[in-house]
Design a protein around this ligand. Sequence first.
Ligand code: PNW
Length: 479
Amino acid sequence: ATTTVRERALKFPDGFVWGAATAAFQVEGATGADGRGPSIWDTFCRRPGAVAGGATGDTACDHYHRYAGDVALMAELGIEAYRFSVSWPRVQPPGSGPANQAGLDFYQRLVDELLEAGIAPYATLYHWDLPQALEDAGGWTARDTAHRFADYARLVYDRIGDRVHTWLTVNEPWVAASLGYGVGVHAPGRTSAAEALVASHHLLLAHGLGARALREAGAREIALTLNLAPVLTPAQVHDPAAVPAEADAEAVARVDCLINRQFLDPVLRGEYPATTLDIIERIAGLGHIRDGDLAAINQRVDLLGINYYTPCVVRARPGEPANPAFPGTEGIEFTGGQAPTTAVGWPIVPTALTRLLLRLSRDYPGVGLIVTENGAAFEDEVTGEHVHDADRTAFLEGHLRAAHAALEAGADLRGYHVWSLLDNFEWAEGYRPRFGIVHVDFATQRRRPKDSALWYRDVIARGGLGSRRPRRPTLEEVA
Ligand code: PNW
């Protein structure tokens, strides 16, 4: 006999914030408008072979001109919060000096439109579009860039601080430093493990100095956003309770010190883990870490923003060379595990989100948690008016169930932003991978909510997930 198991309806707490996220360079376009200066991504896009298809951010989703329509669309979907980023080269084209008021005007218009629609603005101050002039002066390998960031944060706060409750300083310092300065697949395209480690420290310092400047100016809620990846052995991908062998456990702990604790510990505990510090010392020296830096980085934050897409799966393998994105990982193999993957090849492991949220609650108590990005690229099926993306809906539902499990176990999770509101410029991958819950036809700029957006609208309206009969397997799957 078969029993029909219904997935249970899940209610999220009152006040849980349902949002959607984008980033300036990925959606705005209008890169020459109103005095905006060049960023490292404008430059990088013009380097032959750097970005798939030679794509640029010149037009992107033209959100700079279409923001009002995009806000109206969010309102129709019932989205309660919009996480956008502010483009530094719009606000301060050379990266220092006085503000470009015309650039700030855009964010004021956007924020006013959001508030008018009852949508809470969540402003990220740095989502990778460094002014090119600062890169020419050393970029994130230069300590001064962190000070420039704090000045810029203050300029933005002075204009829209009365209207924006939640501020996120820096988005994913690991990606900005490792992929930008270590592996070279992101702007500015440098390839030095030592520079990546120095850049990481300066991005952390920027967060700390920026958070301090925002706090002094009166900001109410301050956060940063980290790309956190639970580090698992291949066995734990399927069985979260699997106990790793000692050598594998050491590999897990080491990688955890690079992807997660290199950022969590300085920000939330005011120190680097010993393993991280050893690796930094061996590869970059410690000359760039000055007395007082860790205290500056360890500002009180009200929220920790978590970008979660996929776990990091590793095991010990003697003789394996270090992964270029993770200096100091000789003898560790990075594998995918056996999970199904998204269109960009990232394994789909929702249970790892529960694990991550509970680990953060246990190891870093006292800070509110918010998922600032979670989502997936899939091949959507466009048929006339409709865009079918059952894979994305299943991905989001699985991760919301995982988030709910963490809430039930006591995690202080305050909200969730889907990545992304719109299909957009996916960095080195160009416009091919589509992460949006809203489809964008880049030839016409037409927006069409995908099935996942309509599903998300219902989730928000209901304050959680309805009960659901799992899909019956198809004949091919049974055969
Ligand atoms: C995040 N990786 O980026 C960013 O915050 C978004 O701007 C981006 O569009 C989104 O995730 C989807 O990729 C990442 O290679 C980019 O490990 C690359 C990696 C991780 C995160």
